[in-house]
Design a protein around this ligand. Structure first.
Ligand code: MG
Length: 131
């Protein structure tokens, strides 16, 4: 049986925060606001995986009221989502993600994002699409 999940996330850009997308710290004058590292791309992928499993969403598993997740690397959330997929004897076939942002330029960072997401999910890089 194939399960398909759709993830979606939005974070505000604010001054005084690092910009971390897909695990990559991108030099920019603003960063994403949030409780964890606010990696909106990893959050959306995590939600897609949890959604495919019928396991709620990232806020359910990692509430922003829990101090454990303050400043947490979002790869931790992805690893847990992948672990839950594994518990169901599931397999991630592919991830297709779209980033919507006016700035900064995303494209030069895509190869490293793919590498880090694939590493967190323990899946081959070729299964990860980011555009
Ligand atoms: Mg989020």
């Amino acid at each position: 049986m194939i399960h398909v999940g759709i993830g979606y996330d939005v974070h505000a850009m604010v001054e005084g925060r690092k910009l971390i997308l897909g695990g990559v710290e991108i030099p920019h004058d603003k960063g994403l606001d949030g409780h964890s590292d606010a990696d909106v791309l990893m959050h959306a992928i995590c939600d897609a995986l949890l959604g495919a499993l019928g396991e709620g969403d990232i806020g359910h598993h990692f509430p922003n009221t829990d101090p454990r997740w303050r400043g947490a690397a979002s790869s931790v959330f992805l690893r847990e989502a992948a672990r839950l997929v594994g518990l169901r004897v599931g397999k991630i076939v592919n991830i297709d993600a779209t980033i919507i942002a006016q700035q900064p330029r995303i494209y030069p960072n895509v190869p490293e994002m793919k590498r880090l997401i694939a590493e967190a999910l323990q899946t081959p890089i070729r299964t990860i699409g980011i555009k």
